[in-house]
Design a protein around this ligand. Sequence first.
Ligand SMILES: [Zn+2]
Length: 316
Amino acid sequence: MQLAEQVTFGGGGLDRAALRRGDAVWLDDAWGKGRVLPLWRGKPLCCEDGLGWVPCANPVPAERRARAIFLGLADGAPHFAVDISDWRPDEIPDTLGLFLDPSEQRHPDLPEDHLFRELRRVMPGLDPLQAELAATAKGICEWHRTHRFCSRCGQPSRMVDAGWRRVCEACSTPHFPRTDPCVIMLILQGNSVLLGRSPGWPEGMFSLLAGFIEPGESVEAAVRREVAEETGIRVGRVGYLASQPWPFPASLMLGCRGEALSREITVDPAEIAEARWVPREEMLAVIAGESADIRPPRPGAIAGYLIRRWLADRLD
Ligand SMILES: [Zn+2]
């Protein structure tokens, strides 16, 4: 069977050139010859071939130069992101913020064939480097949008280091971009994998169990706790498989495997609508889109990648 080469957002080898973030002279020069990705309300600018990079001299990013974020060097060129969420299109659709917002926006001063699109819809078609740039841009723009005030004293903070830090104007506390670690786990017993569905998910949509890691908790402990809370199943040995940055809005998915020590399922109805053991043969039909009651995993999400690795006997 065909195996995805790697996880979407799983790392494209972007040179983040982090030592340049505080070098204003170097950054000015880089801006002069660089490319920039505008984002509007978390949606990257896209063209037919992928992300819609534009020259930094374009007036839309240029007038927002002070809050441009330096992403790094890719294909030998400096790459930036700029949030233009202050732009008001003529029409603001009521699908904004939906899981798969189908709406597209065109800015009158950006190239005519470039549109703002929901990243979930375009991510499966991006190559690894473009996907890493998109995830980085979306994640850090969202962090700035939602962390404008100091969490220590409540006063406004300002962006420094080309977008990679904020500093409080009043108490000088530094604030760094936030990433929230989550575990997502392939829980196996014998020839079966454990799938669950959250309340409110579309009919037939199942995935691996997942949850946020809590302060003071190890990855292994989080896997065992989440599975026990959601399904009542006890998990023994836990191992790490792969990770995926998931900028919706700020997660880092840590893909794990776990050996179930029990089989009986008792769901917590607040978190899980239904959980079930799915045998390997049935899972092959699910992946092929041939199952009558379980949809195939969503393209780009790490759950599908982990399941395909398991089905191909490539967990080790
Ligand atoms: Zn402060």
